[in-house]
Design a protein around this ligand. Structure first.
Ligand SMILES: *C/C=C(C)/C=C/C=C(C)/C=C/C1=C(C)CCCC1(C)C
Length: 256
């Protein structure tokens, strides 16, 4: 929970509109992923169910973030002043605590690797994800003491780098058995994952770059929201393409 700065009407509207856009994207993706399950083989349906859960959970949390943001401000004399009600940042971190492990499960599920290989990889990835988010949360509330923010951010980056390593190197060796098409799609997915997940630590870093606290508050909300749309909706769509390609290959594509 932060001490909120006053916002210009344009700054307030930007956050308001981006949060609203995110709710719409998550809601639409939820319906899409649920329907898309019928278009892939039975083996790959759990992956799409996980995609739907991710955006469903995020949709709910964005409603709460939106409400919390709206009630944290009151318009007075053309500027948005803190209403005295706190803006609850915890929704975002609770959301990540649930959705980041699910995104990892989604990826491993669509690959349909040997059970013990998937299980071992997921245990490592999920423990690292929980540490990354937990450590980041402690620093996130800190908008004035940049040393504190930097320390927690650095600690959180250690498990983050480990996750990227596991996905890039370990998963890389596992997917050698997949077909050419699937490997191509996986390469794109991996790049998308690293590119979108990379936006989070950059966004976290913004308040440390000497920008004013108003811009920091706006940039954090906009950065995280857009990253969430790419990392949950966009990435889910790629998982769907992989599931389609794999169903086609193993002849399990449902005939409409
Ligand atoms: C759908 C939500 C996703 C994919 C969230 C991902 C979040 C991260 C990769 C966050 C990473 C962070 C660091 C690496 C350091 C600074 C603190 C965090 C938590 C923003």
């Amino acid at each position: 929970m932060n001490l909120l700065p006053e916002l210009l009407s344009s700054q307030y509207s930007l956050v308001y509109n981006i949060l609203s856009f995110t709710i719409a994207s998550m809601g639409a993706s939820f319906v899409f992923f649920l329907m898309a399950r019928q278009q892939v083989g039975v083996t790959y349906r759990p992956a799409l169910l996980f995609s739907a859960l991710v955006v469903g959970i995020a949709c709910y949390h964005y409603f709460r973030i939106f409400d919390s943001f709206e009630s944290a401000y009151a318009l007075a004399d053309g500027v948005y002043k803190p209403s005295g009600k706190p803006f609850n940042d915890a929704y975002r971190y609770v959301d990540w605590m649930l959705t980041v492990p699910l995104l990892l499960v989604e990826l491993v599920a669509v690959l349909h690797l040997a059970k013990d290989v998937s299980r071992k990889m997921l245990v490592k990835l999920i423990i690292a994800a929980v540490l990354m988010i937990g450590l980041g949360y402690i620093g996130e509330g800190e908008l004035t003491n940049m040393t504190t923010r930097a320390i927690w951010g650095t600690l959180s980056s250690i498990p983050f780098v480990y996750i990227l390593y596991v996905l890039w190197v370990e998963l890389g060796t596992q997917v050698k058995t997949q077909s050419e098409t699937v490997r191509g799609l996986l390469k794109v997915t991996r790049v998308v994952l690293v590119a979108t997940w990379g936006v989070y630590p950059i966004t976290y870093l913004l308040p440390m770059l000497g920008i004013d606290i108003q811009s920091s508050v706006v940039a954090i909300q906009v950065g995280y929201a857009l990253a969430d749309v790419a990392a949950k909706c966009g990435y889910g769509l790629l998982i769907f393409f992989i599931a389609r390609a794999k169903s086609e290959e193993d002849g399990s594509l449902p005939v409409a």
